[in-house]
Ligand binder design. Structure first.
Ligand code: AMP
Length: 221
């Protein structure tokens, strides 16, 4: 089962990708998380990626495609995976298609989580995160103790690229570069649009229903 999650920054892709990974027992591959880990570890890849990420721009395809090619070649990806934040350009979508073809596979479904721009700005401007991966929001998901992660007790921080001017640039990049991918997957016949505005648990339910309609059953069934 190969699932692609599409959606604007702040649409809830990360949360839903984690849900899919857990429910169906497949790896969750987030290019954003891979870049952030490399930035934290001070690697050469992290240094390169940071130049773009901090400005709200996409990291160049030649950098991004390489890390995805390596990751999906991993043994744990043999039974499938969920991609979160990749592909984000037509070139990346073509690259993914040809990588999968080499192993006789293709993406099963591209789920577009639909959220309006105003909502995106509101969501991102109140977001904080923990290094364990949990995310919080001043209105929708407050931690029990301000500034502290409920799950691991870590200190919460605001992502540099969630600052207001960067958010606007990220949205512009999303519409210009990622918008055409939606058409691309619609034409390929694998696109499924999901309303991303309800609460996360409701969105998850819709996603599981869509996946069920495609014949994918959860681990517990
Ligand atoms: P995300 O956590 O998915 O919002 O990604 C954070 C940032 O990482 C994005 O704003 C981009 O700068 C960069 N990034 C993540 N995935 C990609 C990708 N597939 N192509 C280019 N840049 C990416």
């Amino acid at each position: 089962m190969i699932v692609i999650l599409l959606g604007a920054p702040g649409s809830g892709k990360g949360t839903q990708a984690a849900m899919i990974a857990e429910t169906y027992g497949i790896p969750h591959i987030s290019t954003g998380d891979i870049f952030r880990k490399n930035i934290k570890d001070g690697t050469e890849l992290g240094r390169k990626a940071r130049e773009y990420i901090d400005k709200g721009l996409l990291v160049p395809d030649e950098v991004t495609n390489g890390i995805v090619a390596d990751r999906i070649a991993g043994k744990d990806c043999a039974e499938g995976f969920v991609l979160d934040g990749y592909p984000r350009t037509i070139d990346q979508a073509l690259m993914l298609g040809s990588l999968l073809e080499k192993t006789g596979r293709r993406a099963d479904i591209a789920i577009d989580i639909i959220v309006g721009d105003d909502d995106v700005i509101h969501r991102l401007s109140g977001r904080s995160m923990c290094k364990c991966g949990e995310t919080y929001h001043v209105d929708y998901k407050k931690p029990r103790v301000e500034g502290i992660c409920d799950k691991c007790g870590g200190e919460l921080y605001v992502r540099d690229d969630d600052k207001p001017e960067t958010v606007v640039r990220r949205l512009r990049e999303y519409h210009e570069k990622t918008g055409p991918i939606i058409e691309y997957y619609r034409k390929s016949g694998i696109l499924a649009g999901i309303d991303g505005t309800p609460r996360p648990a409701e969105v998850s339910k819709s996603i599981v229903e869509v996946l069920g309609a495609h014949g994918f059953v959860t681990g517990g069934e």
